[in-house]
Design a protein around this ligand. Structure first.
Ligand SMILES: C[S@@+](CC[C@H](N)C(=O)[O-])C[C@H]1O[C@@H](n2cnc3c(N)ncnc32)[C@H](O)[C@@H]1O
Length: 450
């Protein structure tokens, strides 16, 4: 399929984004926050794939309308919005589109690359020229230089990573992907190179289709389907590029800014009282969504070894490694849940303590960098461990209060499990499939007193 020319039918951003509010509107900031938290957050049926939001699947990403609502109501253009666990960068992109300064950080290399691509202004004409050249050259080497491609694989991929590839990808698919990787990596401009890497990654990490033998990668629950017929990487890459190029061509960037950096949310590299709004959604307790389990399928193609990626897994908030972890005492309600869980399973009790300990550090850092008189919004879901609900929202609300936040309210929102890319349950727990997909998550609204 040839690369299609972009239709430059630029849209008026203010048809999509509400105009900036006048300064006077925020005189009752706390009341605005209280009112916001009583509103509806379902956004079901709304378009979430505008701008660059749909460049890549990402488990538990925000519907863009959610950060947009808080950014619009609680900040002015030019102010700083932070997401310290920014994932695919939804909040940072929304901040930027709304003329704010979005700052994001994450420890996941794929999340960081993806969010950088989503906020980078790229020239569509230049991208099209590069796309045509990559596809033409990669197709040529796939059709005529298979032996050379096999050699490239054997030289650059170490034995454990190759074992992983052989289990999950057909030999032909490996050759197609490495042919594309080689053409992408010769692009000297880092931003353009990343754009193509993310397009390639997005055809690997998918729900059901995709080019590997895995099913459900987008939910971070890969399982191998032996009789799956993987799609052609060349075809999928071209289709994906056409989609992404079309979206980029229609974008009007405005004058917002975005900065994304590699960093741990437990030690935020920003000055005290420097941020106007925090909006974030932390990982689930006990690795319920295991980012690295899925992201390694893509990262191994870009120079990471499978062993180095497995080592990184332990650093994610909500990880299961507990030996030598410096645990802390927690507020009463969290202690009671941990104690109930520990009676059933002492190890799981410690895993949950680790999670709340990590989140205590994150919340302390958020409180430090936030300006007094401003809000931090956390979107969280609960996990079930050994049949016990971790009641994450209530526990984090309590922990936040011990740190110095005012807990304004905890709102609920129903979510479409499929749409927000949540892991599917292994057993059926409710009456109908539709019910099964609709679950709740919680929006915690904190206020930092002046
Ligand atoms: C629920 S996702 C965020 C999704 C995001 N709201 C979006 O719209 O794409 C949680 C993120 O936290 C990141 N994370 C886990 N541990 C972290 C840490 N210690 N510091 C920063 N980010 C971390 C994960 O890599 C993941 O991207």
């Amino acid at each position: 399929m040839p690369i299609q020319p972009i239709q430059m039918d630029m849209f008026d951003p203010f048809q999509v984004y509400r105009p900036a509010k006048e300064r006077g509107d925020l005189s009752h900031y706390r009341e605005t926050l209280t009112k916001l938290l009583s509103e509806d957050f379902d956004f079901h049926g709304e378009n979430s794939s505008y701008a660059t939001h749909n460049f890549h699947a990402f488990p538990a990403k925000f519907p863009p309308q959610l950060p947009k609502k808080f950014i619009n109501a609680l900040t002015f253009p030019g102010e700083t919005v932070l997401d310290p666990m920014s994932g695919s960068g939804t909040a940072v992109l929304e901040a930027m589109l709304l003329g704010r300064r979005g700052i994001g950080m994450d420890i996941d290399p794929l999340a960081l690359n993806l969010s950088r691509v989503k906020v980078t202004h790229l020239d569509p004409g230049n991208l099209i020229r590069n796309a045509e050249s990559i596809i033409e050259r990669a197709l040529h080497s796939f059709q005529h230089e298979k032996r050379r491609l096999s050699k490239t694989l054997s030289i650059r991929i170490d034995p454990s990573t190759k074992k992983f590839l052989d289990y999950w990808f057909l030999e032909e698919t490996q050759l197609e992907i490495i042919a594309l990787v080689r053409e992408i990596e010769v692009i000297s401009d880092l931003d353009i190179r990343r754009f193509f890497q993310i397009a390639l990654s997005s055809i690997i990490i998918t729900k059901s289709g995709g080019v590997s033998m895995a099913y459900d990668l987008a939910h971070t629950r890969p399982h191998k389907i032996k009789d799956k017929i993987p799609r052609s990487a060349m075809d999928e890459f071209q289709k994906r590029l056409n989609k992404n190029l079309k979206n980029i061509g229609r974008l009007v960037w405005g004058n917002g800014q975005a900065e994304l950096f590699f960093g741990n949310a437990q030690a935020i590299g920003l000055a005290d009282s420097s941020v106007d709004l925090i909006i974030t959604s932390p990982p689930y307790a006990s690795n319920a969504i295991d980012y690295m389990r899925a992201h390694k399928f893509s990262l191994v193609w870009f120079g990471y070894t499978i062993d180095s990626l497995s080592k990184r897994r332990g650093d994610y908030i909500g990880g299961e490694r507990i030996s030598n972890f410096p645990m802390r005492d927690l507020p009463d309600y969290s202690e009671r849940i941990i104690s109930r869980l520990s009676k059933k399973d002492p190890k799981k009790g410690s895993v949950l303590r680790r999670y709340y300990t990590e989140m205590h550090l994150c919340l302390s850092e958020m409180c430090r960098v936030l300006k007094p008189g401003k809000a931090a919004i956390l979107v969280v879901g609960s996990s079930t461990m050994r049949g016990i609900d971790t009641d994450t929202a209530k526990c984090l609300g309590e922990i936040g209060k011990t740190i110095g936040f005012d807990l304004v309210n905890i709102a609920e929102r129903k979510l479409d499990r499929n749409k927000r890319m949540m892991p599917a349950r292994e057993t059926r727990v409710s009456e109908t499939q539709i019910e099964e997909r609709i679950h709740k998550e919680y929006i915690i609204g904190f206020f930092k007193p002046t």
